[in-house]
Design a protein around this ligand. Sequence first.
Ligand code: FAD
Ligand code: NAG
Ligand code: NAG
Ligand code: NAG
Ligand code: NAG
Length: 513
Amino acid sequence: MKPTQFIAIAALWASGASTFPFNTFDGPGFPACNDVSAVYNATSVSEMVSLVQEASTNNTPVRAAGKGHMWYDTMCSSSSQSTTIIRTEFVNAIANFSLPEEAESGTVVVEAGVTFFQLADYLHERGASMGYTLVNWNITLAGAVAMGAHRSSLKEEANVAAGVLEMDIIDGNGNLRTVVRDEGSETWHAASTSLGLLGIIARMKVKVYRDEKVYAMQDTYDEADILDADLEAMIAPYPTANFWWWPYMRKFHHRYYDVIPTNSSSQEGFQSTFSVTEIEGAAAKAILESGKYLPASNWLAETIFFSLWESPNFHEKSTNEEIAEWPVYGWNHDVLIGGLYPDQKPEWDYDLHGYTLELAVPMSQANALLKRVRELFDDEILKGFVMASTYRSGINIKFGKAYFDFLGQTTYGSAVSGGEGWKGGVMMFDFPSYHPTSGDGLRYNEEFYHNLATTLIDEFPVRPHWTKNTREVFEQAKKNLDPDYIARFRAVREDFDPNGIFKSVVGEIIGLY
Ligand SMILES: Cc1cc2nc3c(=O)[nH]c(=O)nc-3n(C[C@H](O)[C@H](O)[C@H](O)COP(=O)(O)OP(=O)(O)OC[C@H]3O[C@@H](n4cnc5c(N)ncnc54)[C@H](O)[C@@H]3O)c2cc1C
Ligand SMILES: *[C@@H]1O[C@H](CO)[C@@H](O)[C@H](O)[C@H]1NC(C)=O
Ligand SMILES: *[C@@H]1O[C@H](CO)[C@@H](O)[C@H](O)[C@H]1NC(C)=O
Ligand SMILES: *[C@@H]1O[C@H](CO)[C@@H](O)[C@H](O)[C@H]1NC(C)=O
Ligand SMILES: *[C@@H]1O[C@H](CO)[C@@H](O)[C@H](O)[C@H]1NC(C)=O
């Protein structure tokens, strides 16, 4: 063999063998990015800067990755060039905490890889908390801000980005740029929900508050009482509140939280949404897998999950004992989010996986959307398919106070899709469902889920959550995004990343390239 032939073959072999998928938190079989050439565990902001400079020089695609807590393969671009992933996990310093005695709020600086868990512990030790701009589970603040993540509140700011005062972004030329919150700035409105398209968020200065004790309370309702209810009146009085819908049981849980005087209870409740014992994990796996073929398994699953969810999903932190009675009391982050119980694992570690769909609708159309979903469930019954929720906590109905930026789910002022109607905030319909691992991986009556998404997108001006939807949903829902906001975002993107090295499937679909 001639040396040149050998080199050509070796290069071919190398290119084929050296690209691989980068997975979501669900692990192998669940790619976030399909075609990756290298994954770097960066350990400092300056190392991330050098890695981006290298990618910029070679004009190769590059994306940041936090904890991979996303559902679909939408992290990278659809380009044929493979992507370099920069993991932020080990760039996780917390600095410059300040919460003066007399002030209502303070600030702290977090690097890209800092998670909500990590910051909550750090702040609790210092008598502080993040307030209500939180999201569930093992997620980085920067990853959450990049993708417009949010908690559930109409009363308080619910977008994680609403708590950010400043961010340092590594742009497409490898320059570190500081973007400061400024309601008059196009750059700020793009950076606030950037989808990672302006570059890597390397550091953020975020607001902090004094730590407080809160209670969690939950009531159960018949579905018929909620579909026509004054939803705003049930959600808006609380700093955080949501519903869980059990469509087979035709029930709702109404969960709400509020502040209590610190000295009013010594209970230290600690919530967990995803902790599962080994026995529960194995039982759930057997039932849910068979639900692909036997709808009765799904009815059984929903019935069990509903009855488990009636009781508090809380333990006493100091003893790890189950808490049996509502309301539950404890410290802000422990009650609002909590974490993993010491002797249990998260459900995905038992090979329990999910599909999901999340769409936001203006509050003025919240009841109409829920009723339309009920009709869609009922239409299936007529066809002989009795559907159920196959997720541990049912269908999550969340809410978001209006918050202005170009790409957020809660933005307002747009000339399209209901315009000013969005100023009253939004309801999010967040519909996770079990992802069978057997056979073709599709769900019982798979067509239902696609029909539901298409119907809601066609009949309501819904906006998608940026990591909880398929490409198909983004394609359909892009008609609800304001072309003016898209154009203004794009102008900032062209300034930060002229060659599109941070491009993603989401950005391509919604017209940012
Ligand atoms: C169990 C679970 C619970 C969740 N709960 C909620 C919730 O309550 N509310 C909600 O709104 N969402 C929720 N999410 C969604 C989650 O907030 C988002 O998917 C978030 O983007 C994940 O952050 P991550 O750190 O894991 O980043 P990854 O999943 O690793 O990355 C997500 C995206 O952000 C980009 N990215 C990550 N870090 C950076 C950075 N430093 N700079 C620029 N771009 C970056 C990535 O390239 C990718 O496109 C949940 C997800 C899971 C799996
Ligand atoms: C990066 O860190 C993860 C742990 O978070 C580890 O599993 C992986 O092997 C590391 N990769 C490299 C190249 O060191
Ligand atoms: C912390 O504050 C000091 C003084 O203002 C500043 O020099 C430093 O850059 C800050 N550190 C971070 C990580 O923001
Ligand atoms: C709690 O503190 C408040 C004010 O600090 C005080 O008025 C009240 O009596 C205290 N309650 C209890 C139960 O100790
Ligand atoms: C969070 O993720 C890290 C790996 O990135 C893992 O080691 C840790 O156990 C996770 N924590 C929880 C509570 O899931």
